[in-house]
Design a protein around this ligand. Structure first.
Ligand code: SF4
Ligand code: SF4
Length: 355
């Protein structure tokens, strides 16, 4: 792993792509996405109580064809896309050819994986070799707690920790570059065990442990509320575990933003992001996948470049920029910080010239 990676997960990194920004400022369109989320299958082996995309998970048998997936990755690369996160509304490594597809992506662009880790058995582990980072989503803190939150058998907690340990062993044995992280969504149901879990993960040798807030998805059937003020002491308790080889990322800034009014009126962030689901559908916004207002095409029918520059996408953009009410959006979506930055570029404040 390179010596440093930016562990401020609450910040945005668009400003490190100035030529893409300059083009967008001049033309009001982008040449292509910089970052893409790519879902390989909509199947999942969990049924988490906080799942924001419960309305999509396991609702279809969609799994993307391997040849199509590789062609799409080639097209993304040709469009100038820089990074791919293998993730979506399912557990992507349940795809039979996940290894092949992920290796193809890693050979072209910076690639990452988010996974619940239950299927990352020894035989599948080579798929992590070319990744920049991978993140295990672990939201239960002991076998019983894990069973309650992920709705799987309690024994699966130990299976998961064993898979995490194997990934760390492979990384160290082969001196891989991949950062191995873990992430927990802080809920009332798991708050009591968070510090113990972090200690366990540190002992297993992961590179970081991050804690993020639950964010209500506008289309989700789940509706949870969490009082983050009540758990504020966790940040200090967890920081005591941090050292040079184990980072703790407690996302207090995101927690503070939950339910706050967004400081921008328009979403410009998706000029730089694309989301491709396992059915081949391409969505202007990853949050609103499944909502036809945001569907811009399907990679089975046309090229990604055709979709990106096509009329359908332009009409979706027009809707987003002229008619959409930003209050409909997810509390703290992936593009939130990017949107704050882009809004300010379009609508500078009086003193912004005083750099
Ligand atoms: S592992 Fe992820 S996709 Fe699967 S149910 Fe849980 S939150 Fe949803
Ligand atoms: S601001 Fe709204 S439209 Fe834009 S990415 Fe977030 S949820 Fe999607």
């Amino acid at each position: 792993m390179s010596e440093e990676f930016d562990s401020d997960f609450d910040d945005q990194r668009l400003m490190f792509h100035p030529s893409a920004l300059a083009y967008w400022q001049e033309h009001d369109v982008s040449l292509g996405p910089i970052y893409t989320e790519f879902e390989l299958t909509g199947k999942c082996n969990c049924n988490c109580i906080f799942c924001g995309v419960d309305y999509l998970v396991n609702k279809s048998a969609d799994t993307i064809d391997t040849a199509v997936a590789k062609r799409v990755l080639d097209e993304l690369h040709a469009l100038g896309n820089r990074s791919v996160m293998i993730a979506g509304h399912g557990e992507s490594i349940l795809h039979d050819d996940a290894d092949d597809i992920i290796r193809h992506s890693s050979g072209l662009m910076s690639t990452s994986l988010t996974t619940n880790g239950l299927s990352l058995t020894e035989d599948k582990l080579p798929l992590i070799d070319g990744l920049k980072w991978m993140r295990f989503s672990i939201n239960g803190c002991d076998p019983d707690n894990y069973a309650v939150i992920h709705k799987v058998r309690p024994e699966m907690f130990d299976v998961l920790l064993s898979n995490v340990e194997s990934a760390v062993r492979r990384k160290r044995g082969l001196n891989l570059d991949v950062a191995i992280g873990t992430q927990l969504v802080l809920l009332e149901e798991n708050a009591g065990g968070v510090t113990g879990l972090a200690r366990q993960l540190k002992d297993l040798g992961v590179d970081y442990f991050s804690v993020k807030p639950y964010s209500q998805h506008p289309l989700s059937n789940h509706h949870l509320t969490v009082d983050y003020d009540k758990h504020v002491q966790l940040a200090a308790q967890l920081s005591e575990l941090a050292d040079d080889s184990f980072k703790v990322i407690y996302r207090a800034r995101s927690m503070a933003k939950v339910s706050q009014k967004k400081p921008y009126k328009t979403c410009y962030g998706t000029h730089f992001l694309s989301f491709i689901s396992a059915s081949g559908d391409v969505w202007e916004c990853n949050v609103f996948a499944g909502d036809e207002r945001f569907l811009i095409g399907n990679v089975l029918d046309e090229s990604l470049e055709g979709i990106w520059r096509g009329e359908k996408r332009q009409s979706v953009r027009k809707f987003m920029e002229e008619d959409m009410d930003i209050a409909e959006c997810r509390d703290i979506c992936r593009m939130d910080e990017c949107n704050c930055y882009l809004w300010r570029l379009k609508n500078p404040l009086d003193h912004d010239d005083f750099i």
